[in-house]
Ligand binder design. Structure first.
Ligand code: 13P
Length: 253
């Protein structure tokens, strides 16, 4: 039985005051929520403050990205050690806004996964196809290429605790959500690949989140899909009410 994991990816949103309110509101709701792991990924400048506010709420703190190098002349980047220093336990890697917005390649994502694991950060690795790739019947190829590049060279023990987020690019921030059949199929493709590449028991242990226009009114249905183990939430994670609604949806499914 995999515990669902739901994380709010705040992207380049919020300000310090609303971040504080958001964390307080989610923290309050945690008392009534059982059987779901919860995390937030604030923008870099707010990580330390949010980490402090999270206190011992049990909510984990994640970076939204990091460089694979441990330090050096990389203007605008942050390292794994810096994320650890401010209290992160997790880091989102390979988000489509990095891949497609900044031209990050599957191989670069792979280097980041290696660096995160070496540093002791738990990566949440995003994979997903564009609309054009889906329409061209290339979803499976794209997912497997991204997975292969991200996890090449690892053994299953190296990857213990891994979280994958299936985020179809066409569903991100669009209000268009994957159908339960589309989500189920993509998750099945990824889990079957994990079983083949590593082992059945490893594949069964990996949590695969769905991300893309998750809202309180579709969360329970998505979480109930076989193989969907939580969600990576963008827009609906920026306010207490919808985010807590999604958390409740995960516990009821
Ligand atoms: P939305 O929930 O806003 O579609 O964003 C999803 C996402 O990109 C989470 O990482």
């Amino acid at each position: 039985m995999r515990t669902p994991v739901i994380a709010g990816n705040w992207k380049m949103n919020t300000d310090a005051a609303s971040a504080r309110d958001l964390v307080a509101g989610i923290g309050q709701a945690m008392a009534e929520l059982n059987g779901v792991e919860v995390g937030v990924a604030p923008p870099f400048p707010y990580l330390e403050m949010v980490g402090r506010e999270l206190g011992n709420s049990g909510i984990f703190l994640a970076g939204q990205d990091m460089h694979w190098e441990t330090g050096g002349a990389f203007t605008g980047d942050v390292s794994s050690a810096m994320l650890l220093d401010v209290g992160c336990t997790h880091v989102i890697l390979g988000h489509s806004e990095r891949r497609h917005g900044w031209g990050e390649t599957p191989e670069q994502v792979g280097k980041k996964v290696v660096a995160a694991k070496e540093a002791g950060l738990k990566p949440i690795v995003c994979v997903g196809e564009t609309l054009e790739e889906r329409q061209g019947d290339r979803t499976k190829d794209v997912l497997l290429h991204q997975a292969e590049a991200a996890f090449a060279g690892f053994s299953e023990s190296d990857l213990a605790g891994l979280i994958i987020a299936y985020e179809p690019v066409w569903a991100i921030g669009t209000g268009v959500v994957a159908t339960t059949a589309q989500a189920g199929e993509a998750h099945q493709i990824l889990r079957a690949w994990l079983a083949e590449r590593f082992s059945n028991s490893f594949a069964e242990s990996v949590r695969i989140q769905y991300g893309g226009s998750v809202k309180p009114d579709n969360a329970a249905e998505l979480m109930a899909v076989d193989g969907v183990d939580g969600a990576l939430v963008g827009g609906a994670s920026l306010k207490v009410e919808p985010f807590v609604g999604i958390l409740r949806g995960a516990t009821s499914s």
